[in-house]
Ligand binder design. Structure first.
Ligand SMILES: [Zn+2]
Length: 420
C-alpha cells in the first residue's frame, strides 16, 4: 500500500511525502513512488506517527475499585484518538503478572507493552527482563497493599543500570502525605490539601539521589521539571496539562480525583521543553463507580484520557503557537524510543502505525462523542483536528472516522535494544 497526498512534519517543516507500506512495516518514504499497489489518498491531510501512551491502567482489576472498561473497549477508544500503542503495567512478584496481563491483552485492538511493577530485585523481575521488558515501575506510596522502600529503589537502580533498563517512579512522599492526612475525613478537596507540591518535590529529591536513569511519572508541578537532575526524565499527563486545581471546588469534585492531584498547568506549559513524554495515566471509571466513593479519604483516583490525548495536545500546541514536531515527539517518538519500541516515528523499517489527521475538522468534546467513560473531564473543549484514518501494523483499522476492521488485534511489543 502507498499513502499519497499527505504532509509530514519534519525538522519544523511541513512537507509533502509518500509512504510505502509493506506488510506491517514502513518500507519507503519518498516522492512519486511507483507501484501497482493499493493507493490510499490522504487528501492533503497530515500524516502522523501513531501515538504511544506510556502510562495507562486498562482493565485494572487488582485494586479495591475495578475500572469500568474492558481491554477491548479502552484500546478501541485509544485507536479512535490516534494512539496505536498503549503501555500498561504488570507485577513482577504478584498477580496479575506479565503472563496474566499478556493473556488479558490478547483482545487488545492496539499494540501494547508493559512496565513491570517491582519494589525489589527478584528472580521474577530477572525473567521479565530476559523476555525483553526494560522498564521498572517503582511506587513510593502504598499500592496494591505494598510500599516500596528506598533500599529497594537503590537495588533496583543497580539492576536497571547493569541491564539497560530504567526506573519509572511514582514520586510522592508517603510519610509526608500521611502526616498531613492525620485522620482527616470529608470533602474531596482534602485530597489536594494533603498532597501539596512539596509531597512530589521531596520524593523527586530522593529519586535524584538514588536513580541514574529514570522517568518521573505523571509530573504534577512545574518545579519538578526544574528539580529533576540530568538522566531523570519527566512524563506529564493530559490532565496535569489541561485541568487546574479549581476542579476540586466543584460540586462533583470527587470525579476529578487523581494522584498526584492536578494543580497549575501553566507552570508545566511554561517548561514544556523540559517534558519528555505526555501520557494519560488513563483510568476509565464511570460516574456511578466514582459516585460511590465521594468522601475523603475513600475516593477513587484516576481519569479517563487515552482517546483524547493526541487530539487535545495537538489542538493545544496549535492554539499556543508551539511547534507540532515537539508535540509529535512528546506523544509518539519519545515514549517509543525510551522503551525501545519500533513505532512512534515515520521512518523506514518502523512499524506502519500511522494516522491521517484532518486538521480542518473542528469539534467540541462531550461524553457522547467519545468512546470512553460516561463522563469526560474535558467536556466542551474545542478540538482542532481529528484522526480520519488509522493504520496499525500496516492495516487500515479506522477509515473516515469509522471502525472498519472489527476483528483486528494488536501485537505485544518488547524492547528492541536488548543488548545495548
Ligand atoms: Zn498510573
Amino acid at each position: 500500500m502507498i499513502i499519497k497526498n499527505v504532509k509530514v512534519v519534519k525538522d519544523g517543516q511541513i512537507t509533502e511525502a509518500e509512504v510505502e507500506i509493506e506488510g506491517s512495516k514502513i518500507k519507503k518514504i519518498g516522492k512519486s513512488i511507483l507501484s501497482q499497489d493499493k493507493i490510499l489518498d490522504g487528501q492533503g491531510n497530515l500524516l502522523l506517527p501513531g501515538g504511544v501512551d506510556n502510562h495507562v491502567h486498562i482493565f485494572k482489576r487488582y485494586l479495591k475499585v475495578p475500572t469500568s472498561d474492558t481491554v477491548r473497549k479502552s484500546t478501541i477508544a485509544s485507536a479512535f484518538g490516534g494512539t496505536t500503542t498503549v503501555i500498561d503495567f504488570a507485577f513482577s512478584d504478584k498477580s496479575p503478572n506479565l503472563d496474566e496481563r499478556i493473556s488479558q491483552f490478547n483482545e487488545s485492538f492496539t499494540n501494547y507493552s508493559f512496565h513491570i511493577f517491582a519494589n525489589k530485585v527478584s528472580e521474577n523481575l530477572k525473567k521479565d527482563f530476559e523476555r525483553g521488558f526494560r522498564s521498572i515501575k517503582f511506587m513510593m506510596i502504598e499500592y496494591s497493599g505494598e510500599t516500596g522502600n528506598l533500599k529497594g529503589l537503590k537495588e533496583l537502580n543497580e539492576f536497571a543500570k547493569a541491564n539497560n533498563g530504567y526506573i519509572m517512579v511514582h514520586a510522592e512522599d508517603e510519610e509526608l502525605i500521611n502526616t498531613l492526612k492525620d485522620g482527616r475525613k470529608g470533602e474531596p478537596k482534602l485530597h489536594l490539601l494533603t498532597r501539596p507540591e512539596e509531597t512530589e518535590l521531596s520524593a523527586v529529591l530522593r529519586v535524584n539521589a538514588l536513580v541514574d536513569k529514570g522517568l518521573i511519572a505523571h509530573v504534577s508541578c512545574g518545579k519538578t521539571l526544574d528539580l529533576a537532575k540530568e538522566g531523570i526524565l519527566a512524563e506529564t499527563t493530559l490532565h496535569h496539562l489541561m485541568l487546574d486545581k479549581s476542579v476540586y471546588d466543584r460540586k462533583d469534585a470527587y470525579l476529578y480525583v487523581t494522584s498526584p492531584p492536578v494543580r497549575n498547568p501553566e507552570e508545566i506549559w511554561k517548561r514544556i521543553n523540559k517534558v519528555h513524554i505526555i501520557a494519560t495515566d488513563h483510568n476509565w471509571f464511570n460516574k456511578e463507580v466514582k459516585g460511590e466513593h465521594r468522601e475523603f479519604p475513600d475516593l477513587v483516583p484516576g481519569l479517563p484520557g487515552v482517546e483524547l490525548r493526541m487530539e487535545i495536545i495537538i489542538s493545544e500546541f496549535i492554539k499556543r503557537g508551539l511547534p507540532l514536531d515537539l508535540a509529535i515527539k512528546l506523544l509518539s517518538e519519545n515514549p517509543a524510543k525510551l522503551n525501545g519500541l519500533d513505532t512512534g516515528k515515520i521512518q523506514e523499517n518502523y512499524r506502519a502505525d500511522l494516522v491521517i489527521y484532518d486538521l480542518n475538522k473542528k469539534w467540541k468534546i462531550s461524553a457522547d462523542n467519545t468512546h470512553m467513560a460516561d463522563w469526560t473531564p474535558y467536556e466542551g473543549y474545542e478540538v482542532i483536528g481529528k484522526p480520519k484514518t488509522v493504520i496499525i501494523n500496516g492495516e487500515i483499522v479506522i477509515e473516515n472516522e469509522e471502525l472498519i476492521n472489527d476483528s483486528f488485534k494488536g501485537e505485544l511489543l518488547v524492547n528492541q535494544n536488548q543488548d545495548k
